[in-house]
Design a protein around this ligand. Structure first.
Ligand code: CS2
Length: 474
């Protein structure tokens, strides 16, 4: 594949035959390939000991494609300053369902010094309080069969159990998902699951395993057929594992004292003690606004992020939501100017070179709403700050569900069934419909759901979205 590519396409300048496995990555979807794999590719030019073994827990499609291409794939950036580069960081890729013993071997191997994860919000199997949900079907399964896990948390426990049994030090385990306090959440989930079967193991994990917090950022639309076809013309060859993203990329990692974190720092990650602040700002400003834009933009009939943010009315409301309701609640973060950050985010959304579907951002909305918007809502209510825009965004999510239920279309969401039942029950009455959704404890913490100010803001916001659906601006 490599020798036939056009000259302007950069490719690994290191000898891939000399690579040694150092990282196991769980969930090699587009975001991993566009983000962490690119950083690791940079690192491999200086240090061959960090090649990635990519393990998929569910679908084998990506790993099969990657294997057929010897792990190579193309990363194309979009917009000003863009470039195209072949990434060579993935040395092995397979599905844990096809090869469970291979997965355990990789996770348990002493050479694996870092395990990274991009499994999306739902992959953590957390309850409304952010704790591992012991009644989640995959967790129930993993408690009964710790030797043959299904969830990512179960695989981590199984891999760490091997390390303990062999007397080898544990790897560093790093969540690269958009969760509040992702490192701590992951550690607590892993320890909680381990405790169900082996308290000694749980204690060992708590004492010896590092789970650094991270903030990951790069807008990465799904690789649709139009992108893959255009890239095929550019490359002269088909790459079904290719990914695209904006030029901007950022990985901020808690500067815990360990070899993998130091190595990622050499590869361009920013190491700092205040990841919490960076991650919260990113989650609430970028991801919060992204989700709000998706639900409201879909109500207005838009399909893509750049179109929705260019709608004068909607663009102004999103900017107000950030400026009036999100930034005032964020604690100062060293090196981050909140207003400049917000402006930068809005400019990134407007990038016309990126065809980012609002419907993609709306996947798994029931998991995203609590971490992206409801934390800000709770803080604002407590501090006496407004929640008008935030509540309108939450109401837009409810209407998104109602429309899907009416049209009989599927929702990509782990709560799909519950949501569609609720959506079908809705009559168009703002107070009644929003109350129906507020009953869902998996989404709305009961204290927040009872708050009268939030309830009335939601009803008003719901009325606004009904107008938007009719093409009117409230
Ligand atoms: C988006 C994110 O799909 C989504 O929900 O909000 O994937 C977003 O593009 C990234 O977090 C940007 O870093």
């Amino acid at each position: 594949m490599l020798h036939a590519l056009p000259a302007q396409v950069a490719r690994p300048a290191y000898d891939r035959t000399q690579l040694q496995p150092g990282i196991v990555h769980i969930g090699p979807g587009a975001f991993h390939r566009a983000h962490q794999a690119a950083f690791i590719d940079t690192l491999l030019h200086d240090d061959p000991r960090w090649a990635i073994t990519a393990i998929a827990l569910r679908s084998r499609d990506t790993t099969d494609t990657l294997r057929a291409q010897d792990g190579l794939f193309t990363l194309k950036t979009l917009g000003p300053g863009s470039w195209t580069r072949v990434i060579g960081a993935i040395r092995d890729a397979f599905s844990a369902q096809d090869d469970p013993s291979g997965a355990l071997t990789a996770l348990g191997a002493p050479a694996t010094r870092l395990i990274t994860l991009t499994i999306t919000e739902k992959g953590y199997c957390l309850d409304g309080n952010g704790q591992l949900d012991l009644s989640h079907p995959d967790i129930v399964h993993d408690i009964a069969r710790p030797d043959a896990p299904r969830s990512a948390i179960g695989w981590l426990v199984a891999g760490l159990a091997r390390r303990k049994a062999a007397g080898t030090p544990p790897p560093v385990v790093m969540s690269c998902d958009n969760l509040t306090d992702n490192g701590s959440r992951l550690r607590e989930a892993v320890v909680r699951l381990a405790r169900q079967s082996d308290t000694g193991l749980a204690g060992w994990i708590e004492r010896h395993t590092l789970f650094p917090r991270t903030m990951v950022d790069s807008i990465t639309p799904a690789s649709d057929p139009a992108f893959l076809d255009a890239l095929e013309s550019e490359l002269g060859t088909r790459d079904d594992a290719a990914v695209c993203r904006e030029v901007f990329t950022s990985w901020v990692i808690e500067n815990l004292d360990c070899e993998p974190v130091a190595a990622l720092g050499r590869a361009g990650a920013v190491l700092t003690s205040d990841v919490r602040g960076h991650a919260l700002a990113k989650l609430r400003v970028l991801n919060g606004a992204h989700s709000a834009l998706a639900w409201m933009g879909l109500a207005l009939g838009y399909q893509r992020v750049s179109e929705a943010i260019s709608d004068d009315w909607l663009g102004a409301r999103i900017a107000e939501m950030i400026g009036q309701e999100i930034l005032p609640g964020l604690a100062p973060v060293q090196g981050l100017d909140p207003d400049a950050y917000a402006q930068g985010v809005l400019a990134r959304f407007a990038n016309p070179a990126i065809s980012h579907k609002l419907s993609q951002i709306a996947w798994d909305s029931s998991q995203k709403l609590p971490v992206r918007l409801l934390g800000t809502v709770a803080d604002n209510l407590q501090a006496g700050r407004p929640v008008v825009h935030l509540a309108r965004a939450a109401a837009a999510w409810m209407r998104f569900v109602v429309r899907a239920a009416r049209e009989g279309s599927a929702l990509t969401d782990p709560l799909q069934e519950t949501l569609l039942v609720a959506g079908r029950d809705c009559t168009g009455d703002p107070a009644g419909d929003t109350a129906r959704f507020l009953e869902m404890e998996q989404v709305f913490p009961p204290g927040l759901a009872r708050n009268p100010d939030f309830r009335s803001a939601l009803s008003r916001g719901y009325g606004d979205i009904l107008k938007l659906e009719r093409g009117l601006r409230p």
